[in-house]
Design a protein around this ligand. Structure first.
Ligand code: F6P
Length: 549
C-alpha cells in the first residue's frame, strides 16, 4: 500500500476512532494492556490508554515501514548526512560509542575521539580534586559555573539537578540568563575560587559572552586582572576552537565537540563537562551506557516492539489525524523537575517546523509542556481533565525512590513510603484521564456536596483521554541516559515520519538579528517611530524609555 493509500486509510481510521471509547475497549478485551505494553532494560511503557486499536496501530506501523523511518535512523547512526539544510550528519549517538556497524568509519572515528575527550575531562576533574590544578593565586576551586544557553545549558542543568554529586568537591551551577540576578559573586575570593566553563558550540552566542564579560567586570571591580582570571579559571567547550584561541584561551583549556553534534543533542559531547564535574566519571559512563542501550534497542528492535517508534507513531497519529496540538510530559520525581524544560528544546527545536524536505509546508508538530507531579495536580491538570482540548499526556514515574537515598533509619524508610504516595498519584491521574466522571457520578457528587442540579455538568469529566505511563525502576544515571535517548529517538523518528529535518533550527536566527537594532533604539535618545521598527515595537521602545528607573 503506498503512502497516499495509507494516508487515506489513516484518515478513514481517524473518523472511525471518533466514537472509540477506551473504557469499552478495556471492558471488551482484558488483554488490551498486554497488547499495548513494551519493556526495554530500563523502561516499561504502558501505552494501552491511547485512542488506538489494533487496526490503528497496524496502519501506523505500515506507514512507518513505507516511510522507511528505521532505515533512516540507521543511516543517522552510521553518520550519514541526515541534516541536508546544513549539509551535516547527526552524530550524537557516535559520542556514546554506538556499537552499530557504520557505513563508513566516520561515526566510529568520532566515537574514539569522544572517548579521548572524556578521558581528558575525567583527568581534569581528578587533577582539580587533588589540587594539582587550582584557580588564580593557587586557590582551590569551590564553584563550577557553566555559562551557556539552550543545548549548552539545559541538558547539563537537568542532569546536575537529577543526579547526586560524586563528592562535595565543588558546587556546579548553570547560568544562562542575562538578568543581573542570575550570576552573583560575594567577593574577589569567590570569583577566584570559581571555575568558569564557557559552553558554546558556535562560540558566538550573545548571552554566553555577555555573562563571561560580567565575570571579568566583577573581577576588575574587585581590583583583579580579567586576563589573569581567564588564564587560570576559564575553560571552553566549542566546535570552533579557533574562535576560542582568538578569545584568549590556550588549547589546553579548550574542549572541542564535532560540528555534527546538534546543541540539543550535545550532553554526550564535551558539553558534558559540567555534568562530569558534578557526578563524576562512573555516573557519566553509566549515563552513556543507558543511552547506548536505547540506541541499540531502537536500531535492532522490530517496529512493533520499538519503544521510540511507538511513541513517535502515537504523536504522529494525534497531531496529524486527531488534531491535537500539544503533548504534556509530566515527571513524578523531584530530581527530574528540569526534564520537561530540557525536552522542550529537544523536541520543539527539532520538530517545530512546517517545511518538509520534499519541499512542502504542511508538516505539523507538537507543543511540549509539562511539569513535576504532584504539583501539576494543583495547577494545570484541571484543564487536562475538564478542558475542551485533547492533550495526550506522558507520565514518567520511578517504581522506587533513587537507590542512593537508601537508609536504614526510621525516617529514611518513611521517606521511601512518601515516594510510593507520589507513584499512586501519577497512576491516579492517568486513570482519571481514562475513566472521567459520568453524568450519574457527577449528579451523585453534586448531591453529596449539596450542589444544585444545574451545576451537575460542571462536575462531569469526559474521560477517554489518552496517556502513556513510562516506569523505570529507580532514578539512576543509566536510566536517565536511556530516557534521554528514548526521547531523542522518538523526536528524530517523528521528524522522519513528518519529512521534517530534525537537526537544523533556522527559526532562531531572526529574533537574534532584530534584537541588535532594538537594543540601539532602547539606548538612543531618538524617537523610535522615526526608525525602521514596526509601529508596535517603536511604541514599546518609546514607552520603555519613558518609564522612570
Ligand atoms: O539559538 C539556538 C541555539 O543555536 C541552540 O540550538 C543552541 O543549543 C543554543 O542556541 C546555544 O548555541 P551555542 O552552544 O552555539 O552557544
Amino acid at each position: 500500500m503506498n503512502r497516499t493509500d495509507l494516508n487515506t486509510k489513516l484518515t478513514q481510521q481517524a473518523s472511525v476512532m471518533q466514537s472509540f471509547d477506551m473504557r469499552e475497549a478495556f471492558a471488551q478485551d482484558d488483554s488490551r494492556t498486554s497488547k499495548f505494553v513494551l519493556q526495554t532494560s530500563d523502561i516499561y511503557l504502558d501505552y494501552s490508554k491511547n485512542l488506538i486499536n489494533e487496526e490503528t496501530l497496524s496502519l501506523l506501523l505500515k506507514f512507518a515501514q513505507e516511510k522507511g523511518v528505521l532505515n533512516k535512523f540507521k543511516q543517522q547512526l552510521a553518520g550519514e548526512m541526515v541534516n541536508p539544510t546544513e549539509n551535516q550528519a547527526a552524530t550524537h549517538t557516535a559520542m556514546r560509542r554506538t556499537a552499530i556497524p557504520t557505513a563508513d568509519g566516520e561515526a566510529m572515528t568520532l566515537a574514539k575521539e569522544a572517548e579521548q575527550a572524556r578521558a581528558r575531562m575525567y583527568k581534569l576533574r581528578q587533577d582539580i580534586v587533588k589540587g594539582k590544578i587550582t584557580g588564580i593565586g593557587g586557590k582551590p576551586f569551590k564553584r563550577v559555573i557553566n555559562l551557556g544557553i539552550g543545548g549548552s545549558h539545559l541538558g547539563g542543568a537537568m542532569l546536575v539537578a537529577a543526579l547526586p554529586a560524586a563528592d562535595n568537591s565543588f558546587q556546579v551551577e548553570f547560568v544562562s540568563s542575562l538578568s543581573p540576578t542570575a550570576l552573583k559573586f560575594d567577593s574577589k575570593e569567590d570569583a577566584e575560587t570559581s571555575l568558569i566553563i564557557l559552553s558554546s558550540k558556535s562560540f558566538g552566542t550573545e548571552e554566553t559572552f555577555a555573562n563571561a564579560q560580567r565575570v571579568f567586570d566583577y573581577y576588575e571591580s574587585c581590583g583583579g586582572s580579567p586576563s589573569d582570571l581567564m588564564l587560570h579559571n576559564f575553560y571552553a567547550i566549542t566546535a570552533s576552537p579557533d574562535k576560542a584561541e582568538k578569545y584568549g584561551l590556550s588549547k589546553d583549556r579548550v574542549f572541542t565537540m564535532p560540528q555534527s553534534v546538534g546543541g540539543r543533542y550535545s550532553i554526550w559531547s564535551a558539553i558534558g563537562l559540567p555534568i562530569i564535574f558534578h557526578c563524576g566519571m562512573d555516573a557519566y559512563e553509566q549515563l552513556i551506557k543507558g543511552a547506548n542501550g536505547m540506541d541499540e534497542h531502537c536500531a535492532d528492535t522490530s517496529p512493533d516492539n520499538n519503544m521510540p517508534l511507538i511513541l513517535a507513531l502515537l504523536s504522529y497519529w494525534y497531531v496529524n489525524y486527531l488534531g491535537t496540538s500539544s503533548i504534556c510530559i509530566n515527571v513524578y520525581e523531584h530530581n527530574l523537575a528540569e526534564f520537561p524544560a530540557f525536552l522542550q528544546q529537544l523536541i520543539m527545536e527539532s520538530s517545530g517546523k512546517s517545511a518538509t524536505l520534499a519541499g512542502g509546508q504542511g508538516a505539523k508538530s507538537e507543543i511540549v509542556w509539562g511539569g513535576e507531579g504532584t504539583g501539576i495536580q494543583h495547577s494545570y491538570m484541571q484543564l487536562c481533565h475538564q478542558g475542551n482540548q485533547l492533550i495526550p499526556t506522558d507520565f514518567i514515574v520511578g517504581a522506587n525512590p533513587p537507590r542512593w537515598l537508601k537508609s536504614n533509619s526510621k525516617y529514611g524508610s518513611k521517606q521511601m513510603q512518601m515516594h510510593k504516595v507520589q507513584v499512586a498519584h501519577a497512576l491516579a491521574q492517568s486513570q482519571a484521564l481514562l475513566i472521567g466522571r459520568s453524568k450519574e457520578e457527577a449528579a451523585k457528587e453534586a448531591r453529596n456536596k449539596g450542589l444544585a442540579n444545574e451545576y451537575i455538568s460542571h462536575l462531569e469529566m469526559p474521560g477517554n483521554r489518552p496517556s502513556n505511563t513510562l516506569v523505570y525502576g529507580s532514578l539512576s544515571a543509566e536510566v536517565l541516559g536511556a530516557l534521554i535517548a528514548l526521547y531523542e529517538h522518538k523526536t528524530a523518528l517523528f521528524c522522519y515520519l513528518s519529512d521534517i529535518n530534525p537537526f537544523d533550527q533556522w527559526g532562531v536566527e531572526l529574533g537574534k538579528q532584530l534584537s541588535a537594532g532594538i537594543k540601539k533604539g532602547l539606548t538612543s535618545p531618538q524617537d523610535a517611530t522615526a526608525g525602521s521598527y514596526d509601529q508596535s515595537t517603536a511604541k514599546l521602545i518609546n514607552y520603555i524609555k519613558s518609564v522612570p528607573e
